[in-house]
Design a protein around this ligand. Structure first.
Ligand code: SF4
Length: 251
């Protein structure tokens, strides 16, 4: 797909990455926080529960960081790092992999010593992995579904498991990897249990961040089970499954 020539793929992204949000956040894994989070617009998936759907489904949201705006962003990042206000910088989306060139340009201009985290849906290609190798101090990568049927129904993606499993195995071999799973109501048995079993077998040493605070939003109401917030009983059972599988659960 030649975006410079005007072609567009399923994510509709143009040749230059657009940023819809940049600032200090505290909602990520505790030893990464506070992070300075830079969020690129657009995504290659279409999760109906996406909590940033307005920008993540619209690659034209936000602005292209160039000129004065880019210098201002780098200045804010530099001041946050030097003052001790943040522990790391996180690049996320949407899905930042669809803006690889822009994301890597930004990383190249960051202050020396600032740990950089790549937050991804782990649905990239082997070509994108090759360009990301050795660049990041940590990957926070999603394993959203435990089977292809749920992925197809809720995120409209085919062959989800094989693609994401391959990428997670690759990432685990080249940097610190935190696998994130958002517990979806009603998906304990079909998604979390098989995801936990797969990690126990194939990635036994990775850190696993089980997120239990699901809140319905965006197009969640298309799915009866996703109309209500996550239930405490499911969160407790999910934690028990993770512990029994021997996962390294972190918060
Ligand atoms: S992968 Fe993340 S950003 Fe993309 S649609 Fe799904 S929840 Fe939204």
């Amino acid at each position: 797909m030649d975006r410079l020539a005007g072609q567009r793929g399923p994510c509709h992204a143009g040749p230059e990455g657009r940023i819809f949000s940049a600032g200090i956040e505290v909602g990520d894994e505790s030893d990464l926080c506070p992070v300075f989070a830079v969020a690129f617009s657009g995504c290659d998936l279409r999760c109906d529960f996406c909590n940033t759907g307005r920008e993540s489904w619209d690659a034209s949201a936000g602005s292209i960081p160039e000129g004065v705006e880019r210098e201002a962003l780098l200045g804010r990042i530099g001041r946050a790092w030097e003052s001790g206000a943040v522990r790391s910088l996180m690049i996320l989306g949407g899905e930042p992999t669809i803006h690889l060139a822009s994301a890597l340009e930004l990383v190249a201009a960051l202050p020396v010593g600032l740990p950089v985290v790549w937050k991804t849906n782990a649905h990239g290609t082997s070509e994108s992995n090759a360009l990301l190798e050795g660049v990041f101090d940590c990957w926070v990568a999603d394993l959203k579904f435990g089977n292809d049927d749920c992925a197809r129904r809720v995120a409209r993606v085919e062959n989800y498991c094989s693609t994401v499993h391959d990428n997670l195995r690759w990432a685990a071999g080249q940097t610190r990897l935190i696998v994130r799973h958002l517990l979806l109501p009603g998906h304990l048995e079909c998604c979390w249990r098989p995801a936990a079993a797969w990690m126990a077998e194939h990635l036994p040493r990775v850190e696993v961040s089980l997120r239990t605070g699901f809140w319905p939003g965006w197009f969640s109401s298309r799915h009866p089970e996703l109309k209500a917030p996550g239930r405490l009983s499911e969160a407790q059972e999910a934690t028990r499954i993770g512990i029994e599988a021997g996962l390294r659960l972190i918060q």
